[in-house]
Design a binder for this molecule. Sequence first.
Ligand SMILES: [Zn+2]
Length: 101
Amino acid sequence: MRVATCLFEAAAWRYAVRPVCRCGHSANFNPHGLWWHFHKRMWDDRLKSAREHFWCRSCSLQHRKRVRPVRLELVRQSEGDIELTFPPEREWKRAISRFRS
Ligand SMILES: [Zn+2]
């Protein structure tokens, strides 16, 4: 099994990205929209750095502060995944061809 180290690989290999909070709350994100969200902002998409850009919704409602997830898991994509705006087709194709070369 290939182990993705960044959001782009997660998208290329079709894994949903799941930030897990210490409170047990988690959410699954579609990796394509997530990668594009980071790419547009020129954020580092390596999983370690990407973690800093997530925070737990239920903790923020309860404690009124932003709690970072303890880890990002990669899981099988499914219907209910949160979908951010997808990359335009040509951007995705360009990124994929860079990745494969
Ligand atoms: Zn939480």
